[in-house]
Design a protein around this ligand. Structure first.
Ligand code: GDG
Length: 725
């Protein structure tokens, strides 16, 4: 049966050691809370760190392994140095601040990076050890962004999902990272990369496009030989658990006790890990301003602030703690009285039942992070309001704001707006509170944690199906051997080859893509054989082809079939064509060159091409769409067509195509072996013109008339090198 292997930095349980004895507790935090219930319910195995450094486990490894195994967990051993450099270092001093838009807090340190790679590799080793065929491996969060690629290299056919729990920053910020390419390539090892919101997925897609050059289309991305999917999955909560928590006797007990202390005061609740992304000092300042502006609320409102200690060893966090302590002291000193403490501040984690009592009792939840991947507290608060009363004030910078639109949404940097939101919340009629909460509750109940996991898994399965469909036509070793065998057995052999993207990789500047030594030798060796006819069927102009391949003994087709030249012969026009349409088209292309820095025009005898490979990728594609529309209108009455290739829009006579050009050789007949290879839409005409017995190969994994697909020009060269004798 297929098994789920969850991989995250921390296990859902944490080990601690008291008086030489190991104890197990549940881990805190959104990931553990959210996925913990799924882990318990499913046939799953969780791989992660148990919370105790390797040095302190010496001699007790077997005991600890057995304890973890009983919980379906597999520990990854980390040394103190690993924890210091990989976790506190790269994860929390580099990625965490950068991905939450705090570039000034971000530290770029080579040793942190080395440790990050090393620990990701250690995770990889553990997963590879336990992985079984058919497993689904689900990697979580920013500490393990290199892991999907490491796993892919060692388990090429594995099903791998990745989910990022924190925001993915805009590409403008992401590109500050010195190791940006490695991080992206690491993530792209997954089959499905998931984010909380569409915005994060969009930022990721844009970063991939800019840094790695892979295009994405409707959520699919072609990464070398693989198609992967990028999508948004807003993480849900265990809705039932929160909506029924109020009935727990322990919770009722806490409520009674707290009620006695708070009397009939209104309660505003804030719960966060003590982190600079959560906007805690800013929230305290807002509360100060609120009390200053609304003296009538003094003595009548209490702000309950639960700040859960977090990453206490880091300097930024220690500074934050001092600032929060100071602010709480200042507000309580400024407004407090014998009977009333304005800010009720708890610097500790509270047990679940007490947390639920706080949700139940609070009139308002003030959730105002400066940045937050999702924020589950906001969702849990709404879910626990079974009677429907209570108001959520939510920062628009939290991923949850995308789903909880009925909350009062605020900009966490706009103090006046938040003060007004508190005023509105405290005076909101009960019917309105209920109405708003019911809509949100309905949504949260529908897409709970189970729904979230199910949705992710369905999408992961779907992308595997898409890959399998595309994979059907991949050129296997078996087919390659067959091609080589048929080639050897063939008396008369025709080889039709496109040039750019097929024999050489694309170059930013087409003029610089001349054949290297390897290609020249391959072509002349094949062309020299008396049984062979080798033809380069290209879109390039005849002068360039002459200069680059004129003396290799191959036949040449230029400009997609306008011109042809037999080996050693002269150029002949294959079609009677006109080029007077260029006068109308050229000015439009020039306008687009002016409007799109980096783009340029290539002029051939009977075509004009607008290249945008060197332009900004996003801008280039947008302009290309606009140009296509403009051209379609312009050429409607001329006998020319507009064709889109790889980062190029070409306008040319409709009578010309590579299929017609190839026919010049194909119709000669008597071929025992035909092989045609190309990489873009212009080559499709050539594939269609071939007889059924011919071998045809398209470079790139895409739908095609060709019989087989290969990944890159490298594979083409390897195949041609095998054609001997
Ligand atoms: C990351 C992202 C994203 C909190 N304090 C106590 C306590 N909690 C529980 C809450 C909730 C969870 O911890 C916190 O969830 P958050 O969503 O706020 O976030 P993070 O752990 O910072 O984690 C975040 C999340 O991943 C999920 O993808 O939403 O944006 O940063 O479940 O109930 N539980 C108890 N006592 C506490 O004092 N018992």
């Amino acid at each position: 049966m297929s098994r789920l292997v969850i991989v995250s930095n921390r296990l859902p349980i944490t080990l601690s050691r008291k008086e030489g004895k190991f104890q197990i507790e549940s881990s805190a935090g959104g990931l553990a809370t959210g996925l913990g219930s799924i882990h318990r319910a499913k046939d799953s195995l969780w791989v992660g760190w148990c919370g105790i450094a390797r040095e302190r486990l010496k001699g007790c490894e077997d005991e600890v392994d057995a304890m973890l195994q009983a919980e379906n967990c597999k520990g990854v051993r980390l040394t103190r140095h690993d924890v210091e450099y990989y976790y506190y270092g790269f994860s929390n001093k580099t990625i965490w601040p950068l991905f939450h838009y705090f570039p000034t807090y971000t530290i770029y340190n080579k040793h942190f990076w080395e440790a990050y790679k090393h620990v990701n590799k250690a995770f990889c080793d553990e997963v590879v050890k336990i992985a079984r065929e058919g497993d689904t491996i689900w990697v979580h969060d920013y500490q393990l962004m290199l892991l999907p690629k490491m796993l892919r290299d060692r388990l090429p056919d594995a099903t791998i999902g990745f989910f990022l729990h924190i925001p993915f920053v805009s590409s403008e910020v992401f590109r500050l990272l010195p190791w940006r390419e490695e991080i992206l390539e690491g993530l792209l090892g997954a089959d499905l990369v998931g984010f909380h919101t569409y915005d994060y997925a969009r930022h990721f897609g844009e970063s991939v496009r800019r840094v790695c050059g892979y295009e994405h289309n409707f959520g699919y991305m072609a990464v070398g030989s693989r198609t992967i999917r990028v999508d948004a999955f807003p993480m849900g909560i265990d809705y039932r658990r929160y909506s029924t928590a109020g009935e727990m006797p322990g919770v009722q007990e806490h409520i009674k006790r707290m009620r006695r202390r708070t009397r009939d005061r209104k309660l505003i609740l804030g719960i966060d890990r003590l982190d600079y992304t959560k906007g805690i000092p800013e929230r305290l300042e807002v509360f100060d301003l609120f009390l200053e502006k609304n003296p009538e609320y003094r003595e009548k409102v209490t702000l309950v602030m639960v700040a859960v200690p977090s990453r206490t060893g880091l300097e930024q966090y220690a500074m934050l703690k001092r600032r929060v302590d100071e602010l709480v002291g200042r507000i309580n000193g400024k407004y407090g009285s014998i009977d009333w403490i304005p800010v009720w501040y708890l610097y500790r984690s509270v047990p679940f039942e007490k947390l639920m009592a706080l949700y139940q009792l609070s009139d308002v939840a003030l959730v105002t992070p400066l940045r937050d991947g999702m924020n589950l507290i906001a969702k849990e608060f709404v879910a626990s309001k079974t009677e429907g009363k209570g108001v959520l004030i939510l920062s628009e910078m939290a991923g949850a704001a995308k789903e909880l639109g009925e909350a009062i949404i605020v900009n966490p940097n706009n103090r006046e707006e938040i003060v007004a939101a508190i005023e509105q919340a405290l005076s909101m009629p009960e019917e309105e509170q209920i109405e708003r909460n019911r809509v949100m509750q309905h949504r949260l109940a529908r897409y709970s944690i189970g729904g979230w996991v199910g949705d992710f898994m369905d999408r992961l399965e779907a992308v595997k199906r898409v890959q399998a469909e595309l994979g059907i036509s991949k050129l296997t070793h078996h087919v390659q051997s067959q091609i080589v065998k048929d080639y050897k057995g063939g008396g008369k052999r025709l080889i039709l080859l496109d040039y750019d993207g097929t024999l050489v990789p694309f170059s930013g500047w087409p003029k610089r893509a001349q054949p290297d030594d390897e290609v020249s030798k391959l072509l002349s060796r094949l062309a020299r054989h008396r049984k062979n006819e080798v033809v380069i069927v290209s879109g390039r102009d005849k002068e360039t082809l002459d200069e680059w391949m004129g003396c290799l003994g191959v036949g040449l087709v230029a400009e997609h079939g306008v011109w042809a030249r037999e080996p050693g012969g002269n150029w002949e026009a294959l079609e009677i064509l006109k080029d007077d349409w260029k006068i109308q088209v050229r000015p439009l292309l020039e306008l687009y060159v002016d409007r799109t820095p980096g783009s340029f025009i290539e002029e051939k005898s009977f075509s004009l091409a607008w290249h945008y490979r060197k332009a900004d990728p996003g801008w280039g594609s947008t302009r290309a769409r606009e140009l296509r529309d403009d051209l379609e209108n312009l050429v409607a009455n001329l006998n020319i067509g507009v064709l889109e290739g790889s980062k190029v829009i070409e306008v040319k006579d409709l009578g010309v195509n590579k299929g017609r050009a190839s026919s010049r050789w194909l119709t000669r007949g008597g071929w025992d072996f035909i092989l045609a290879i190309g990489d873009d839409w212009t080559d499709e005409d050539m594939f269609e013109a071939l007889p059924e017995t011919a071998y045809s190969i398209r470079v790139g994994l895409t739908t095609t008339h060709a019989r087989y697909n290969v990944d890159s020009h490298r594979e083409v060269r390897n195949l041609l090198a095998k054609l001997k004798g």
